[in-house]
Write a protein that binds this ligand. Structure first.
Ligand SMILES: [Zn+2]
Ligand SMILES: [Zn+2]
Length: 278
């Protein structure tokens, strides 16, 4: 199976407000997003198709054709105030999850109208900003969405395993074994998944997610020496793999089944990902 991804950008404004909630409830759930005049984002829509390569063209789909479909969808939103200007969002809250799900349905309708095609929609990802995006899939799990938020923390560490000799540590970890440590700007990605709640348009309260990550991860590790200042790494080597596992274990009791993935950029060149034990 081949996968092909194309991106399109659009700029739009929106506001979160559920008329069935009291103003206080709206304020509590949606925070700054309740402002009646709206606020805006540079959205990026990222669409992945899966399919077979056509022998005559060597392509799954002509990018020009895919681009036409994406632009048709994004044009409905580009330079608009989504709540007022898009009929599908007059009574649906234009959250990242709801927008991604709408775009998925819209693209599927377009693809359905093409008779002899050898490809299907696999994934729609919508970035509200580079640090927040929603993924929705096609087919099974159609009513689900996932939401990923990124967080930064800066910390020092020393790669050193008590299971290895001093010499072995130097050989395995090289300059990362430096006695006095070194540090990184870690970038953490936390993904939660679930049904999109019709009342809020969200899979989980984003403010709550941010607070949980703040309390469990950032307050613990930001501007700390992982080996020296934290309980978690007193006896555990703070490799990317171990850090991400510790973060998963800290978040899991608070997020439960909603937590589906944790990603960690140690540097812009190293990325670690954990999905729990299958
Ligand atoms: Zn917004
Ligand atoms: Zn390091």
């Amino acid at each position: 199976m081949h996968y092909l991804t194309r991106l399109v950008e659009f700029e739009a404004s929106h506001r979160y407000w559920n008329p069935e909630f009291t103003p206080e409830q709206n304020q509590r759930i949606f925070g700054k997003c309740v402002s009646p005049y709206g606020h805006g984002h540079n959205y990026v829509l990222r669409v992945t198709l899966a399919g077979q390569v056509a022998p005559r063209t060597g392509m799954v789909i002509n990018i020009t054709e895919l681009d036409r479909i994406l632009k048709e969808v994004s044009a409905e939103f580009d330079h608009k105030f989504i709540n007022l200007d898009h009929p599908a969002f007059h009574d649906r809250i234009p959250t990242t999850e709801n927008l991604a799900a709408y775009m998925r349905d819209r693209i599927e309708d377009t693809l359905r109208s093409q008779p002899e095609k050898d490809y299907r929609l696999a994934l729609v990802r919508l970035y509200e900003e580079p640090s927040l995006w929603s993924d929705v899939v096609s087919g099974e799990g159609k009513n689900m969405a996932s939401l990923t938020k990124t967080f930064g923390f800066s910390a020092a560490h020393r790669l050193h395993s008590t299971a290895l000799s001093e010499e072995e540590n130097r050989a395995v970890f090289g300059k990362c074994n430096n006695l006095h440590g070194h540090g990184h700007n870690y970038e953490l990605e936390v993904t939660v998944s679930g049904q999109i709640a019709p009342q809020t348009g969200m899979v989980m309260d984003l403010g709550e997610l941010m607070q949980i990550v703040q309390e469990e991860v950032l307050d613990r590790f930001d501007h700390k020496h992982l080996n020296e200042d934290t309980q978690e790494f007193q006896c555990l080597n703070p490799t990317g793999e171990n850090i991400i596992r510790v973060i998963w274990d800290l978040l899991k009791p608070r997020l439960g089944d909603s937590l589906t993935r944790v990603g960690l950029w140690e540097t812009p060149k190293n990325f670690f990902e954990y999905h729990g034990e299958e």
